[in-house]
Design a protein around this ligand. Sequence first.
Ligand code: SF4
Ligand code: FES
Length: 334
Amino acid sequence: MSDKVKVTIDGISVEVEPGTTILNAARQIGGEIVPPAMCYYSKLQGSGGKCRTCLVKVSKGSEKDPRPMPKLVASCRTTVMDGMEVENITSPEVVEARKGVVEMLLINHPLDCPVCDQAGECSLQDLGFEHGAAQTRYEFDRRTFERIDIGDKIQLHMNRCILCYRCTYVADQITDNRVHGVLGRGDHAEISTYIEQAIDNDFSGNVIDVCPVGALTDKTFRFKNRVWFTKPVDAHRDCPTCSGKVTLWYKGEEVIRVTARKDEYNEVEEFICNTCRFDKKNTSDWVIEGPRAIANTSVISSNHYETLKPLPVIQQNPALMAANKEEFERTKKS
Ligand code: SF4
Ligand code: FES
């Protein structure tokens, strides 16, 4: 008999190891049925359970106890049981609840995407686009904070923080001492000076990559460009501190930013050191591997087509082929 347990999510079944969470079981299926996750991060122990964007409905608890769970559950914190049935995008209740969660997250988050460096790669922006309401019902002033410099390379703009705790887990899990934390609770909660102390660590820059919004930004990149005008390229170097596997973000001939490589769930594949991130901005520092594959749903992929697939109607019509000739040529070159 198989040791695996079977779970069905939005009508699609998958067999997973016991102890797997619903979210990770959904990731094994992939595609649209995967719940969004603003605080869970598979590389950070203890993450998850903070933001509630990953809520799902368990319509059948298990084969042994088929009763549904009475409330929606956080899929990043709920482990699967054999025979469990879960509804995500097929449940109107979940879709409605997620809309409410986005409204909550946006209560204190400024709508400053036009000037925010995270625009174009912000998980909250994507979430708001997919699930957000057109208007907020919140009538009070949003919380505001002074910006905090965390060393000379990182800036904390607490106004935008959604208190996902990811950066505090990075600070905790890359240093020997417990120097991280969220000060205060409820409306007064804020990421505070604790994480400034992580600045001496070679890996502190990773807080920028794990932040799902624009609260932690790279000061060497701030306001340099919109991310959709850049070209991401995978590259590596022989680094004594980290794997040296990064993505270089080019604007013309210039490397304007270096980040870790991120997967389809916006999680870094491997954490990189501060030397690679902040101090190696010349092409000659790197061995270039090739263009970074970016999901075609991302605004970053605009103008980065690798191959153009003309619609059948264009291919069948000589006049349309001629009219689009220049575009095909341009695409082949890029
Ligand atoms: S600063 Fe960013 S990573 Fe840290 S808790 Fe706030 S939103 Fe999360
Ligand atoms: S991703 Fe599950 S609660 Fe945030």
